[in-house]
Design a protein. Structure first.
Length: 194
């Protein structure tokens, strides 16, 4: 829909992806990035992970070396080449830092609910607000004003918080999206999916 507008999404040599979009030893049905595996970068190219770089001290994955196929740019003749996973990403050099606030239920539910004599503050959820700092978002969001709403792919819908300033963006999640992979992992572990 042309009325929705367009935006430039910079592509560069160094990109950031979500940490959960990579597994060094992927389980069955994990269609995201893994060593030797190809995925599409949304609106960009197909990439293949060729090397995993880890922190020598902690063993944590800190970098992925990948190659891209320039013939697979979205909209090109080979863009239709089939790969099972598509990842969202941001260009490291142009990404804008932001705080993201994830809200959950304010009250914890208990079997039977609270009694009339029970202090409701005993049921406050200590995890009703999670603040994520150091997040990276597309540069097109830099000029966003409080109240503007966006979909962060596979994460949910967010609005710009009134706490935002020109130098410090803050986004509040208003609606989360269903996490299909979490559901698959849960069923593979044999946990109740209800």
């Amino acid at each position: 829909d042309p009325r929705m507008g367009t935006r430039n999404v910079p592509f560069s040599r160094v990109l950031y992806i979500e940490r959960e979009d990579f597994r060094e030893d992927p389980p069955k049905q994990f269609f995201r990035l893994a060593p030797g595996r190809e995925v599409r970068l949304r609106y960009a190219y197909i990439i293949q992970c060729t090397r995993v770089v880890k922190d020598e001290r902690t063993g944590e994955v800190v970098e992925l070396r990948c190659t891209y196929d320039p013939a697979t740019r979205s909209g090109s003749a080979q863009a239709g080449r089939k790969v099972k996973g598509t990842l969202h990403w941001v260009s490291a050099g142009q990404a804008v830092e932001a705080e993201v606030r994830l809200y959950d239920s304010l009250l914890q539910t208990t079997a039977g609910g609270p009694t009339e004599t029970q202090d409701f503050t005993a049921q406050l959820n200590p995890h009703s607000l999670e603040r994520l700092t150091g997040c990276r978002v597309e540069p097109s969001l830099a000029g966003s004003s409080p109240g503007h709403r966006f979909q962060f792919e596979r994460q949910g819908y967010f609005c710009v918080d009134p706490d935002s300033t020109k130098d410090r963006l803050v986004f509040n999640r208003t609606v989360s999206l269903k996490d299909t992979w979490a559901k698959i992992e849960k069923s593979q572990r044999g946990e109740d999916s209800g």
